[in-house]
Design a protein around this ligand. Structure first.
Ligand code: PMP
Length: 361
């Protein structure tokens, strides 16, 4: 069996050590007589898994005690709808800064519930930069300000946390959570689907400053209420136990690797290596994102001649480098290089790219 280097944007590559551990524990978890996925979420075995996962994520991200950490179903997209429902009064203003496809999705999900003010947007320029903070037109009375910390498709990342005063900053960190140290206290809400940097698809994490849980929000069912999930430790209904368990294994793996500091350094090296190959290719490869907003997690790039796309993908696959096709919205290529992508994988891709250019340039 050979595992390829998998550059998928999500669901994305998982640490091999985690998959092996899950495999070893699949039939019977720690002497319990059953797999963890066959046991009650309220039993002592899964409660231990759940509590350790939360504790490990809190330690990894240095999450302050006045933040709730929720493990939820529904993906990041559901959080994009739950945020206005929980934190804004009906029709209240909410500010959105639009830097790519997922910011657009966030706006679409919020529109039925709030008066969306697009405070700044890079759409007209094809999402190649983060609008300068000085140019944002924030509302006086917004319920919150929403940003997409890393745009997975466009490869655009906020490199500084914007100052939005006392209005809670809500951030979609689906594709960059735990990729570097982060001052959680600067945010009202951080949310992320797990399937890039945290584990398998099927569980999402929401980190919410507790005072926000007291907001009345809008009429909604209890199951759509963050405060209810928080008061029941994310067990308001049956949680996605398998996904939560696997994410917990990823958290332990990250801690053993040196935590977010270690990943920040390696993510910096990995992304710099790819951007160097692209920028040094004399136009054979092209990334159009402004230097200061280039993502460390998703590196989209184009070949100078579209006719080379197919051979590039086929030869990459033959070389053990898979899932490099860009999102259909953008075309071209995209290398997603989350925490679980080893440096050797990025080195192999960089070598392949140089070689492919030599043969086709
Ligand atoms: N936000 C971002 C930044 C994403 O990358 C994605 C998924 N690629 C989503 C939101 C949507 O996530 P989900 O499919 O889990 O709803």
């Amino acid at each position: 069996m050979t595992r390829a280097y998998n550059f998928s944007a999500g669901p994305a590559t998982l640490p091999e050590a985690v998959l092996r551990q899950a495999q070893a524990e699949m039939l019977e978890w720690h002497g319990a007589g059953a797999s963890i996925v066959e046991l009650s979420h309220r039993g002592p075995e899964f409660l231990q898994v759940a509590q350790e996962a939360e504790a490990d994520l809190r330690a990894l991200m240095s999450i302050p005690d006045d933040y709730a950490v929720l493990f939820l179903q529904g993906g990041a997209t559901s959080q994009q709808a739950l945020i206005p429902l929980n934190f804004a009064a009906p029709g209240q203003k909410a500010d959105y800064v639009l830097t790519g496809h997922w910011g657009k999705t966030a706006i679409k999900q919020a529109k039925p519930y709030v008066d969306v003010n697009v405070a700044a947007s890079s759409e007209a320029d094809g999402y190649r930069d983060v609008p300068e903070r000085g140019a944002w037109r924030l509302s006086d009375d917004a319920a919150y300000v929403h940003i997409t910390a890393n745009e997975t498709i466009h490869g655009v990342e906020f490199r500084d946390i914007p100052d939005v005063g006392d209005v809670p900053l809500v951030a979609d960190f689906s594709s960059s959570i735990v990729s570097e140290p982060l001052d959680v206290s600067k945010f009202g809400v951080i949310y992320a689907g797990a399937q890039k940097n945290l584990g398998p698809v099927g569980v999402s994490v929401a980190i919410i400053r507790r005072d926000l849980l007291e907001r009345a929000g809008q009429p909604r069912a209890d199951i759509f209420t963050y405060a209810s999930h928080a008061s029941k430790e994310s067990m308001l209904n049956t949680p996605p136990t398998w996904n939560w368990y696997l994410a917990g294994l990823v958290f332990k793996w990250m801690r053993a690797q040196g935590g977010v500091e270690a990943f920040a350094a390696s993510n910096q090296r990995k992304s710099a290596l790819l951007y160097d190959v692209i920028d040094g290719s004399g136009g054979f490869y092209r990334n159009e994102v402004a230097a200061g907003a280039r993502s460390r997690m998703n590196v989209p790039f184009f070949l100078k001649d579209e006719a080379l796309d197919k051979p590039f993908l086929a030869e990459a696959k033959a070389a053990g480098l898979i899932s490099l096709k860009g999102h259909r919205a953008l075309g071209g290529m995209r290398a997603s290089i989350y925490n679980a992508m080893p440096e050797a994988g990025v080195e192999a891709l960089a070598g392949f790219m140089r070689d492919f250019q030599q043969r086709n340039g």
